[in-house]
Design a protein around this ligand. Structure first.
Ligand code: PLP
Length: 222
């Protein structure tokens, strides 16, 4: 199966579900990204800021770039001119830095609050209490150049479907709670980013609006 075949197959599976495809392009050369673009993909996910910044000038300008890996504040300046969404918001400090750099470029950068939903301790993300502490802070309310548009999570790496569904349901529950408590009048807060190559059909069944799929499109990263 070619990159284009894989993208078309997944797009067809997602049609009518409310979920859209973020093609995870990390480690792949720009030629492959161009193939994905030519097949119709417009949202690309990278997990390293340097790699994303190096690839971005080589792709058409209408690509929506999503950062899906941890972002250190000293790397924000690499992405601020073009990044569409940082899916890995895990601190007020990061929001503050994004706001500052986005303002300098006269832009608004979207962000998803990343939650820890997996069993593995190593996987990063906020607790609900930490997120609420950020959202209720005076400092958060002053930020004008970052806009929170939803939540993101990485499930446990497991074939256990019951477990996966529980984790996706938990993330959706966080979304519903935050939407009602803090974003009721903000239609832009609408995204639930969950689901990867191994588990995206389950994530879609549990309400995902953005699936992040790499190896099911490009093959394994080796
Ligand atoms: C790599 C990565 C993906 C895509 O993983 P695949 O299994 O290749 O589909 C999705 N989300 C995050 C956060 C990733 O780092």
């Amino acid at each position: 199966m070619s990159i284009a075949d894989n993208i078309h197959r997944i797009e067809k599976e997602l049609a009518g579900t409310g979920a859209r495809l973020v093609v995870v392009t990390k480690t792949h050369p720009v030629e492959k990204l161009q193939e994905a673009y030519d097949a119709g993909a417009r949202m690309f996910g990278e997990n390293r800021p340097q790699e994303m910044a190096a690839k971005q000038p080589n792709l058409p300008a209408d690509v929506e770039w999503h950062l899906i890996g941890q972002l250190q504040t000293n790397k924000v300046k690499l992405l601020a001119p073009f990044v569409h969404t940082v899916q890995s918001i895990d601190s007020l400090k990061l929001l503050r830095e994004l706001d500052k750099h986005a303002a300098a470029h006269h832009r608004v950068i979207n962000g998803l609050l990343q939650f820890h939903i997996a069993q593995e301790e190593t996987k990063s993300g906020l607790t609900l209490a930490e997120a609420e502490e950020m959202l209720t802070s005076a400092e958060y309310k002053q930020l004008k150049h970052v806009r929170l548009t939803g939540v993101m999570g990485v499930a446990t790496f497991t074939p256990d479907e019951t477990r996966l569904r529980q984790e996706f349901r938990q993330l959706r529950g966080y979304f519903e709670h935050l939407k009602a408590a803090y974003f009721a009048s903000e239609p832009a807060f609408c995204e639930i980013s969950m689901g990867m190559s191994g588990d995206y059909p389950l994530a879609v069944a549990e309400g995902s609006t953005l699936v992040r799929v790499g190896s099911a499109i490009f093959g394994s990263r080796g």
